[in-house]
Design a protein around this ligand. Structure first.
Ligand SMILES: C[S@@+](CC[C@H](N)C(=O)[O-])C[C@H]1O[C@@H](n2cnc3c(N)ncnc32)[C@H](O)[C@@H]1O
Length: 284
């Protein structure tokens, strides 16, 4: 991210969630009407002018991955609330709207939105100009994961270390250095059971075949061009071992094949997933 600017990828992710609402078929994989609200009044014209590009396979795949990761995290959150989770933390929130959507299960529990200060400032401005109400049990916490202590910042904002907590961390781990990623794993693993972390990750080149490696090179070149390079990548098995060594009791690798079966079968709109980003769930 360029210093002083919000994350371009956060804006792009919200744009693709809004595109899903406006262009893709029913039922929606992710029902996120507030994405368009936050992006501003000229969005319909922008989407109309962008139709040709949005129909390209790489854009269909990108929005499929983005809506799937949010849907999976929100499904896991709903299940975690049934297991008596008391706090919800959205790490690297970008324009995630789950804490603001009426009827969302998270409305009832203490919620913390954590993001880089530059992106958070921009989001707060977007929320204000869209007239979105911020509920009393929602705190905004500015953190740079590379330099700040997440635990300290959360504590200052009223986070309880004694309550089981659900963390979503979507579209972020691969932008950080590995040590910062491990620090987040350690922090979540230090919380009471059944605290849970749901996040996506990018596979290392050694896990990919030649076609996938070539496709990955195109994507990494694209994100680097926007100043947000992918720094941290894992193989699913090594990642699960790392999470267990750090202290998580259960890990679940939700592969794109499983995600396709759960969310994308028999759709009329050609949405599809591939290997580019993968989901992991880890429970203390
Ligand atoms: C691709 S966006 C994803 C946003 C959101 N989670 C979503 O799914 O739409 C990446 C997010 O990570 C945040 N981020 C990147 N580097 C960060 C850092 N060093 N510290 C805190 N947040 C960071 C950005 O501000 C941005 O909100």
């Amino acid at each position: 991210m360029e210093s002083g600017n919000h994350s371009y990828m956060a804006e792009g992710s919200a744009y693709l969630r809004a595109v899903h609402m406006s262009v893709d078929g029913e039922p929606k994989v992710l029902n996120d009407p507030l994405a368009a609200t936050l992006l501003g009044s000229d969005l319909d014209d922008k989407i109309a002018a962008d139709r040709e590009r949005l129909a390209r396979p790489e854009l269909i795949k990108a929005r499929s991955l983005i809506i799937m990761r949010s849907r999976y995290a929100e499904d896991e959150l709903a299940a975690a609330i049934d297991r008596d989770i008391k706090q919800y933390v959205v790490l690297g929130a970008g324009l995630d709207t789950s804490p603001y959507r009426g009827g969302h299960p998270a409305q009832q529990i203490q919620t913390f939105e954590v993001d880089h200060p530059d992106t958070q400032r921009w989001k707060l401005e977007r929320l204000r100009s869209a007239g979105v109400q911020i509920r009393d049990n929602l705190q905004h916490v500015a953190v740079d994961f590379e330099t700040d202590s997440l635990a300290e910042r959360l504590t200052t904002c009223g986070f309880s270390h004694d309550e089981p907590t659900f963390f979503s961390w979507l579209g972020v781990s691969y932008y950080l250095n590995q040590e910062s990623v491990l620090d987040i794993f350690r922090f979540v693993a230090s919380l009471p059971a059944p605290s849970q972390l749901v996040f996506d990750f990018v596979m290392g080149d050694s896990e990919l075949n030649e076609t996938e490696r070539n496709a990955m090179t195109k994507i990494t070149t694209f994100v680097e061009k926007y100043g947000e390079p992918w720094l941290c990548r894992f193989g699913p098995n090594d990642l699960q071992k790392t999470l267990h060594n750090i202290g998580f009791g259960t890990t679940f690798y939700f592969s794109h094949e499983q995600a396709t079966r759960r969310y994308f079968e028999n759709r009329p709109d050609g949405l599809f997933l591939d290997f580019t980003t993968q989901m992991m769930s880890a429970i203390v």
